[in-house]
Design a protein. Structure first.
Length: 359
């Protein structure tokens, strides 16, 4: 049989053709970016405006928290995208005004507002104005254990957005961690070094769910603790905690919010300070750890869209970081939500939307 000589140009054309055919597939697989619809205008912000870390809404009311200090602030809607701080001022969560609660998440369910602290340890950072020896000493210094950061608060607001007297309650998860088979070993590790770091809270029915930025476990999986309370008592001694695990592709949970009809939006981002893109996920609320008796568990968490930077603000690690998410509505095959950014003035609360159909 006579052999044929095939021109190299045919290989180029064939390769180019396959690349063109593959382009639509790549585009379909690439995560969509959330569409920015509007920026909310907040007037009268008096908590730390550059460290906004949590948001919750109900009707015409909005609550913000900062991870610096120990207060939340309530706002009332005054226009399409405008809110005004209430006259009663910030609500102090800790009796010691000099402490840092390290507020990382807020949820509003029924009559109660829930606020979670990080429950984390922090190692001192190096500083450019210190000597090498001084920076060695800073890194070697034992991470400070601050009980004020290890609290979850529950409270009620009156019709004017002020704290209902006597309604402020608090619990801690420290005792839960002490007897937890996994988290106990992470209790003494600083948060940015893959130690315990709670950054999300959501409430569904009688469960209070707290989501962890860290630790990130092998898999990679990040934990969620679903908390219920014996006899409905919001007390540390009454806590019953159940594990659930999510795979966010190496990301930690930066916030979460419950959806009507079941499930949650979960905001995923870097566990530490690595340059990982922020991503929004739908989670159906069930444990997503797979096994031969749960082969479809991995499908319980699904990426929805990427979360970009707010307008005119850089998203490098030294500036704006997506820190809070709050559900707004589902309509016409889209889901709308608000994102707040740590490191941007007033959190730049941004109304966004993504295509979403509940499966």
């Amino acid at each position: 049989m006579r052999s044929r000589n095939v021109s190299p140009s045919w290989f180029v054309l064939i390769s180019a053709g396959w690349m063109l055919l593959a382009l639509p597939l790549v585009a379909l697989c690439a995560p969509l970016n959330a569409k920015k619809e509007a920026t909310l205008n907040l007037s009268g912000v008096s908590i730390d405006p550059l460290n906004i870390s949590g948001i919750a809404t109900k009707g015409e009311w909005l609550v913000l928290g900062s991870d610096e200090g120990s207060s939340i602030q309530v706002f009332k809607k005054t226009g399409l995208h405008a809110y005004q701080a209430t006259a009663s001022g910030p609500i102090q969560l800790d009796t010691n005004t000099n402490t840092e609660v390290d507020i990382e998440g807020i949820a509003w369910h029924g009559d109660h507002v829930y606020v979670v602290g990080s429950h984390s340890l922090a190692r001192k950072e190096t500083k450019d104005n210190k000597t090498v020896a001084e920076n060695h000493a800073r890194l070697a210094d034992k991470p400070k254990d601050e009980p004020s950061r290890k609290q979850i608060f529950r409270l009620k607001l009156d019709p004017d957005g002020a704290l209902v007297p006597g309604s402020l309650e608090r619990i801690t998860l420290d005792k839960v961690f002490e007897r937890h088979p996994i988290l106990e070993s992470f209790r003494r590790i600083p948060s940015k070094e893959n130690g315990i770091d709670i950054e999300g809270i959501a409430v569904a029915g009688d469960e209070v769910l707290v989501g962890f930025r860290g630790p990130s476990l092998r898999g990679p999986y990040v934990p969620v603790l679903a908390l219920t309370f014996q006899d409905g008592r919001f007390e540390t001694e009454a806590i019953h905690a159940k594990d659930r695990f999510l795979n966010l592709g190496g990301r930690g949970i930066r916030d979460m919010t419950a959806l009507p009809g079941g499930g949650f939006l979960v905001l995923g981002g870097p566990v530490g300070d690595e340059p990982t893109p922020y991503q929004l996920y739908f989670w159906d609320g069930r444990d997503a750890l797979p096994g031969k008796d749960a082969p479809q568990a991995k499908d319980r968490v699904k990426p929805i869209c990427r979360i970009g930077c707010p307008d005119d603000v850089s998203c490098d690690p030294a500036s704006a970081k997506a820190e809070g998410v709050e559900f707004v509505e589902m309509k016409g095959g889209e889901i709308r939500f608000i994102i707040v950014y740590d490191g941007a003035t007033n959190g730049v609360p941004t109304l966004m939307s993504c295509p979403f159909v509940r499966s």
